[in-house]
Structure formats: C-alpha cells, structure tokens
Write a protein that binds this ligand. Structure first.
Ligand code: FES
Ligand SMILES: [Fe+2]
Length: 409
C-alpha cells in the first residue's frame, strides 16, 4: 500500500506531488489498478497481422502479451507466459506461428492461449508423466478481451472496460478517426528510451502549452505556435485528449514574438524547405495533431508524418516509447517519401521528440530531492474541459483526474 503520509497536497489536480513519479509502491499500484485494470491498452495495428497465423508481441504495462490473427480471421491476445513454468512463449517481436510452443518443456498453446498438449504427459517407457487427472484445459495464460478502432487493436484484462467508443468519448474518437480513415501501411518502427517515469511523457504529450516554447523547430519554422488557431479536446473522464493546430496564416504574430522565446530563432534557416511541405490530405487546414488514449496510446500527425507512439513503463525511472511510422495503403511514391522525410522531424534523432525525452530527464533530475514538493498545473484555470486555446494545462489536469479515480488516490 501507498505510504499513509503520502497524501495528495490539495483537493484538486492543480498540484501534482513528485513522489508519484518516484515511488515503487505507486508504480506497482499503477500496474495493477491501471494497466491491468478497466482500460484499453494499445496492442498493434490490424495491418501488422493481416494473415491468419501472424503475430506480434507487446506489453500491457509490464505484462508481456501476444496478439495474433486466428484461423477464423479474428484477433486474439493473451499473456506471453507459458502455462507450465512461466517462460515467455513467443520470443520475437513479430512472426508467423500455427501454435506457440514453449522452448523450455514444449507445452503447446493455440492462438487463444489455450494449452493443447504437454510434452511427455504420458511419461517415457511407462514411467513418469503427469498424474491421471491432469487436464490441460485447467491451465493457461491470462486472456485479453480485444477490440478495434480505425485499424488499431486494443486489449483489456477487465470485464468492466466499457466499449471503446464510450471509453474514448465521441469528440476525441472523431479526432482519431479523422486521420485513421482508410487502410494503413507500416513504414517503420523504432523504440526511444526515455530516462524517466512514464507519466512525465504522457503529461508532456498532453501539454499543449509547451510545444512552441520547448521545440525550436515548431516555433522557428511556424509548424505549431500557440498563436496559431487550433484547440484542445479533453474527454469527459479527463483520460483522453486531442490537441490540434491550424496552419500559420503567414501574418506577424506580435504576441508570440514579444515573449522572446529561446525556441524562436530568426537566424535559423532550412537547407531543404521540402521538409515542411504539406499535402492537405484531410481537407480541413489542420496539419498538426496529437490524440492520446489513457494509459499509453498516442497518435501523432505533424504535416504528413503519421505515427503511433506507445508508452511502456519499465520501472519508476525508465520508459520505452515504441514508435510505429505509418502511411496509408494507397500512398503514392511521392507521399511515401514525404512522410519518411517528415518522420525525421519528430523522431528521437530529430528536433522535437529528442527534446521531449530530454525534458522528462531534466524533471527527474530536478526533483531528485523533492518528493514532498508538488508541481503547479494552473495554466488555463483549474478545470479539465475542452478549450479553443492550447495555452492551457487542462488535458494534464484531466489525466490526473482520471488517474486518481483509477488508483483510488
Ligand atoms: S515453462 Fe513452458 S513448457 Fe515448461
Ligand atoms: Fe513536445
């Protein structure tokens, strides 16, 4: 249990205590109540397992899972844990398998995780073997309930998780489906190692206030500035959000310039202006958008780069951010090249995500001896509502509102 002295400092979500990012007991409680609780966890894209027998491995919190397409064409997911002594069943990131046979003692599992057989169950030469009442159907890894939305596959261990559209809310779902409106194609994958607690990253992506202040590229090249049109949608529960900005009008924005931000470098020039080209594929003038779904799903569009980012906690002070770079199945060769080029803008070796990873590390280091102190989350007021400005921390407060409810804090 969480130390009784560790109390939320005030009644609302405008002060976030730092021990929440540092404490092992809090971390363990998140695994149990949140990730393994009544939430939808991102598993993969339908396009990654198109054929029967295709599988992928991933995690729900720290629980390893296998997701695969069964012989009936359905998608199934179960814990990547052998029913016998607990070894991983699938060892690769992806592959094709008829059954999942454990390397240790060759117990065989089907696409649903059911145990089909145990090697040498009858013994050898009439000796050894399982007791006569041994029944393989009594054993097995935990199974997940699976759902899909816009080509994405999600899983949950809880019977209480609501249908995905109720879970996400209509307004956030609309922002997600605005992008994921036709069959997808995977262009690449990589994992970014973040030297800090997973919540610092999930707050960061919900933090529409920071992006043109921290990110030199966004600000200098007017990809996304707080002075541009746009908005922020926070789901009723607070758990999910979308922020988006409209293209820069080209006019001088004196309010932005007067802040004299480090990120606004008038002397920076691009050798290849094509990096910032835009094909208006959604026909609504909006070219930068983030969507989050608690506890760890992010969909990003920056100009024509599209990516899913999956937030995977690896202990209180480490997070893996698994990126899947996307396009659509009907992309032309030119559009494919454009997406690949632009994915370098926001990838970890680019100019944006590297800064997001670094800043979470700065927070971890800055708060090393501040577990009893709290951060201030007052920008835009105290509530967790949607707004027509992105100069607000409303989506961060929404995250904490939902977090407190899941963790009963
Ligand atoms: S641990 Fe898998 S068969 Fe023994
Ligand atoms: Fe950022």
């Amino acid at each position: 249990m969480i130390n009784a002295e560790q109390k939320w400092p005030e009644g609302d979500v405008t002060r976030i205590p730092y021990w929440l990012y540092q404490d092992q007991e809090v971390y363990d409680r998140e695994q149990e109540k949140l990730f393994l609780g009544p939430v939808w966890n991102y598993l993969c894209l339908e396009a990654e397992i198109p054929e029967s027998g295709d599988y992928l491995t991933n995690f729900v919190g720290e629980m390893p899972v296998i997701v695969n397409r069964g012989p009936d064409g359905g998608i199934y997911a179960f814990e990547n844990r052998c029913a016998h002594r607990g070894s991983l069943l699938a060892l690769k990131n992806k592959g094709r398998a008829k059954n999942f046979v454990c390397a240790y003692h060759a117990w065989r599992h089907d696409f649903k995780g059911n145990v089909l057989s145990a090697a040498f169950a009858q013994g050898v030469n009439g000796q050894g073997g399982m007791p006569t009442d041994f029944d393989v159907s009594q054993y097995g890894p935990r199974k997940l309930r699976v759902t899909t939305l816009g080509g994405l596959v999600f899983g949950t261990l809880s019977d209480e998780t609501p249908p995905i559209l109720d879970y996400l809310g209509e307004a956030v779902a609309a922002r997600l489906l605005r992008v994921l409106h036709k069959p997808l194609r995977v262009y690449g994958r990589y994992t970014q190692i973040l030297p800090h607690n997973w919540k610092l990253y999930f707050e960061n992506i919900k933090d529409s206030y920071h992006s043109s202040i921290l990110h030199t590229f966004f600000s200098t090249f007017k990809v996304s500035r707080l002075s541009q049109g746009g908005g922020l949608i926070v789901s009723e529960s607070g758990a999910h959000h979308s922020s988006y900005s409209l293209s820069h009008t080209g006019e001088q924005d004196s309010e932005f310039e007067k802040e004299q931000l480090r990120s606004n470098q008038a002397n920076f020039k691009l050798q290849d202006k094509g990096l910032l080209d835009i094909t208006d594929e959604y026909h609504d003038g909006c070219h930068v958008q983030a969507v989050t779904m608690m506890p760890g799903f992010v969909l990003q569009t920056v100009h024509n780069s599209i990516a899913v980012r999956h937030v995977l906690p690896k202990g209180p002070n480490e997070t893996h951010l698994r990126w899947t770079i996307l396009g659509f199945a009907d992309d032309s060769e030119d559009l494919l090249k454009m997406r690949m080029k632009q994915s370098n803008l926001v990838g970890p070796a680019g100019y944006v995500s590297m800064e997001d990873g670094a800043i979470g590390g700065f927070v971890r280091r800055g708060t090393a001896q501040a577990s009893g102190q709290s951060s201030v989350v007052l920008m835009g007021g105290r509530d967790t509502v949607s707004s027509s400005t992105r100069t607000t921390e409303s989506a961060i407060r929404g995250f904490w509102k939902a977090y407190r409810s899941y963790l009963e804090l």
